[in-house]
Design a protein around this ligand. Structure first.
Ligand code: HEM
Length: 409
């Protein structure tokens, strides 16, 4: 008889452990039916989990060569980029992964918001999700400094100055965050530890809890919270199909496309590395990553002490959404138009602030004219025609210096 390695392994394990209950639990879970309204939008969470796994993998590879000190960090990133075989690709995949993860987290959040997936009994799943969003943004913030080039250094100087404006606790918070009064070697050490130890541990623990809660409650139905949640038989009767293979195949296809997109971006558009950080030379046109641009721009219109508290407030408001702001029993989007209109308006304001932040302090060509956008994002026509390089959307001064944005591992 032909040797079957799977059966041999199973027999070996069965002779030592009681496997039957584990296998039954797995089978029951994987074949649980998903509601009939589940579509491709419900693959975003799995895609996010897959991209996070790739991100942890590329991050560990980068750690092999990265050196977290002011004297060596920049050279070690140069070494990864130019000397280590495929180092540039790993760095590029890690950089693009960070952007895609933020995009997917926001899209996944929007999907849950539209379908009312945060409502009873899934408030805790939602709360853990909001914490995961904060962790993802924390990764972006701390990772930005690690290449230790001019953009990374001065971007962090600007970003860590704002919290100091809060009376009493502000200066202390800043000092604790950067390990002194200025961004320097101790800041890099702190950001590195947070980026490679604290945040990954918190991320893995909370993603585990998030997934456990999702398996426990199942996907939310479209019926109201005042009705009992449909059981497996009811979901099947309403046209729901088993998770395996139906939705699992959809998840796999979406993950395949996302990893393809990540690798294409990483191959075609590797990130730039500027000049080494110099605390004595402030380069012009410093801006944070795109997802911090709304907060950055807001600080220009309102007093710093107010503006700096808005982003955490937005996270708290999101957290409180199911328990304070949307307590109706309806889940169906058509019966929650008011909530969706308010959420869309808030998203539009955030995007508009981000756009103003992107345009501010740049020169752009629009409709055959060239405009100077001032720091508040207001356009001022400068001359007829299109100025050379004027439509790239990068800070004008930064272009002159040949610097790029981003570059965070
Ligand atoms: C690390 C980031 C995250 C991962 C890996 C993740 C993963 C997932 C997965 C796999 C699902 C089930 C499939 C789906 O609905 O797409 C899901 C559902 C859910 N997620 Fe996330 N998620 C993350 C972040 C978030 C965020 C930022 C929020 C909201 C603030 C959130 C809230 C929820 C809720 C409430 C559900 C249940 C929805 C329902 O049953 O309809 N998640 N998540």
């Amino acid at each position: 008889m032909k040797w079957n390695p799977t059966k041999a392994l199973r027999d070996w394990l069965e002779a030592r452990f009681e496997l039957e209950p584990v296998v039954r639990l797995l089978r029951e879970n994987l074949t649980k039916p998903v509601p009939a309204h589940v579509n491709w939008l419900f693959t975003l969470g799995s895609v996010l989990a897959a991209l996070l796994a790739v991100q942890l993998f590329t991050g560990v590879l980068l750690m092999v060569h990265y050196k977290p000190s002011g004297q060596e960090a920049f050279q070690s990133v140069q070494h990864i980029t130019y000397d280590v075989p495929l180092g540039w690709l790993i760095r590029s995949a890690h950089n693009w992964g960070s952007h895609l993860i933020v995009v997917l987290a926001l899209l996944h959040l929007a999907r849950v918001l539209v379908y009312g997936g945060y409502k009873k009994p899934r408030e805790l799943t939602w709360g853990v999700g909001v914490a995961l969003l904060a962790i993802i943004l924390g990764f972006g913030f701390t990772g930005y400094l690690l290449p230790w080039d001019q953009v990374a250094y001065w971007g962090t100087v600007v970003a860590t100055e704002a919290p100091a404006s809060i009376p009493v606790v502000g200066p202390l918070t800043r000092e604790f965050m950067i390990g002194g009064t200025e961004v320097a070697d101790p800041t890099l050490g702190r950001f590195y530890v947070v980026h490679v130890i604290l945040l990954p541990v918190a991320l893995i623990a909370l993603v585990g809890l998030h997934l456990l809660l999702i398996r426990y409650h199942g996907t939310s139905p479209l019926s109201g919270t005042d009705q009992p949640e449909p059981g497996a038989d009811e979901i099947r009767r309403q046209g729901g199909k088993p998770f395996l293979p139906h939705h699992a195949l959809r998840d796999s296809a979406a993950i395949y496309v996302a990893i393809g997109a990540l690798m294409s971006l990483a191959l075609l558009l590797p990130p730039h590395l500027g000049d080494m950080a110099d605390p004595l030379i402030t380069p012009p046109g410093i801006k944070p990553e795109w997802y911090f641009l709304p907060a950055y721009q807001l600080l220009k219109y309102v007093p710093e002490v107010v503006g700096v508290q808005v982003p955490p407030l937005v996270l708290v408001l999101l957290l409180l959404l199911p328990i304070l702001f949307d307590r109706s029993s309806h889940r169906h989007p058509r019966r929650r138009l008011r909530v969706l209109v308010v959420a869309t308006a808030a998203a539009a304001v955030i995007c508009f602030l981000g756009l103003l932040g992107h345009l501010s302090d740049t020169q752009q060509a629009l409709l055959g004219k060239t405009y100077d956008f001032d720091v508040l994002g207001r356009p001022h026509a400068v001359k007829e025609g299109v100025a050379e390089g004027g439509s790239s959307g990068r800070p004008q001064a930064a272009q002159e210096q040949g610097m790029g944005e981003g570059g965070a591992p």
